[in-house]
Design a protein around this ligand. Sequence first.
Ligand SMILES: Nc1ncnc2c1ncn2[C@@H]1O[C@H](COP(=O)(O)OP(=O)(O)O)[C@@H](O)[C@H]1O
Ligand SMILES: [Mg+2]
Length: 267
Amino acid sequence: MVSLKGGVGKTSVVLGLAGAALERGVRTLVVDLDPQANASTVLDPREVTYTSNDVLADARAGVLRQAVSRSGWGDLVDVVVAERALEHRNRDLPSAGRDGTLRLRIAMDGLDGYDLVLVDSPPSLGDLTRNALAASHRALVVTEPTLFALHGAQQALDAVDVVRRSSNLRLRPAGVVVNRVRARSAEHAYRLRELEDAYDDLLLTPALPDRAAVQQAAGAYVPVQAYRSPGAREVGQVLGGYLERLLGIDGASGPLGGRAGATRRSR
Ligand SMILES: Nc1ncnc2c1ncn2[C@@H]1O[C@H](COP(=O)(O)OP(=O)(O)O)[C@@H](O)[C@H]1O
Ligand SMILES: [Mg+2]
């Protein structure tokens, strides 16, 4: 999950996709690479022994497995938690070079038992986000429908392309999520059209609406899908659609499991 701006909903989308995966029996691991550790907190982990900071410090093949904690969400969702000390790994030092950004990928080597691994990242293109991108098949960009949305999304997509060319040729953009859309806002409608014009098929539809349930569910340490309100149901449905598109399930062709190149936006 990438955006070079904070507070746009990366963590909420990671958690929402994990909740959608849980509903569908998709075995999921969430790797939290954000020193803020918000996803880790909401996933309410059991017995934590190592963190993603330990994993990056000791990046031997397969070491990630040792840092997996069970989440409080049930057997289908595990988590590698973040901690504040990750902060110092995010410095964008040229000397960190390519090797410094392949640490997560190496540590994930041979990982099995999951259908889906979601990596939450901090809101900058430092070494943590580079590690996330270097280890991933797909990058999902999150943005809000505001003045700088287009610029922000493009910056994130450019960053994805830089990592693809320098260290991970299998990496592809999985799409752009527009989050916190308010149906009655003319400004949001305008920005949404702007993004549609720019990204067409890459835009995940429908956009994710602004609903209090997203915050309420996080505050209760549960997936939004488990929260009982009309807003939660609506958000849950949208996220379920995203997950199915990403995994190419339910007949929808998607970049992870579907027929390549056949993704179509429903209008
Ligand atoms: N669709 C939404 N509706 C309402 N609130 C949202 C929505 N998405 C995110 N939020 C809230 O916005 C804040 C920032 O979201 P978060 O996912 O933490 O962003 P990021 O990880 O990009 O910093 C959080 O308080 C979160 O609960
Ligand atoms: Mg976050």
